[in-house]
Write a protein that binds this ligand. Structure first.
Ligand code: 5RP
Length: 249
């Protein structure tokens, strides 16, 4: 027969509290951090690029992890087309040759992260201010593989403030046009893009029709690139979550 344990009310309360604390700690231990999820998805993407010797490569923390993994296979890689000075620097440090898009023509595959992803694989990008070169390389690639942790998945794009790269002299004009579209533009001060542009982050746009919104903003004089990737969405999205990596095709 089991021993009868008698505890007073205070001890019971204390025991309950301690158990709750323990459960919270356990829960935290079981929850992967966003960085761990990014690592997982970056590793998964390596399988998707096997057999390709020239790759297009995006910008951001998820892509950085992907490039780290790629370095281990650098013998199989002829080179990469880079979407930013930051990515170029990392590639060079790891001994991966950086190639000019003008020299390689159409790319087989492009790997990049995103700030938001909807179920149609349309994206918001540009949190890292590299949207223009990212959009060019995505457009010049046969397959665009987007890698992200599951916090980036949304039903409707627009919660993440939409980055718009502008010619500096057009910044205020474009900002007023954004207000007309219902957004609240905020100048990302102290940010000069690799192309010498400036960034407006546009809050509170509910982007119900990404294709149309991309074209409308693209047509505003002074806009270099809008961070909606709908005309050229991702082909495959790899999403890192608690239960593993999910593939959206
Ligand atoms: C850079 C980008 C990035 O892909 C985007 O900001 C996601 O970055 P991260 O992987 O750090 O979350 O569009 O311009």
């Amino acid at each position: 027969m089991g021993a009868l344990i008698v505890i007073d009310a205070e001890a019971a309360r204390q025991t309950h509290l301690n158990l709750k604390d323990l459960m919270d700690v356990k829960k935290r231990q079981n929850t992967m951090t966003q960085d761990q999820l990014k690592q997982k998805v970056a590793e998964a993407a390596l399988d998707y690029v096997k057999g390709y010797s020239i790759l297009g490569i995006g910008t951001g923390s998820t892509t950085r992890l992907f490039i780290d993994g790629l370095a281990e296979r650098r013998k199989d890689i002829e080179g990469a087309v880079s979407s930013s000075l930051a990515t170029t620097e990392q590639l060079k440090k790891l001994g991966i040759p950086v190639l000019e898009l003008n020299d390689v023509g159409t790319l087989d595959v492009y790997v990049d992260g995103a700030d938001e992803i909807n179920p149609q694989k349309q994206l918001i990008k540009g949190g890292g201010a590299a949207l223009t070169r990212e959009k060019i390389i995505a457009a010049a690639s046969k397959k665009f593989i987007c890698i992200a942790d599951d916090s980036k998945c949304v039903d409707v794009l627009g919660k993440f403030p939409l980055p718009v790269e502008v010619i500096p002299m057009a910044r205020s004009f474009v900002a007023r046009e954004m207000v007309k579209l219902g957004g609240q533009p905020v100048w990302r001060e102290n940010c000069v893009t690799d192309n010498g542009g400036q960034i407006l982050d546009v809050w509170n746009l509910s982007i119900l029709n990404p294709l149309e919104m991309e074209q409308v903003i693209n047509n505003i004089p002074g806009v270099i690139t809008v961070g909606i990737f709908a005309m050229r969405p991702a082909d495959v999205v790899l999403v890192g979550g608690e239960k593993g990596v999910r593939t959206i095709v």
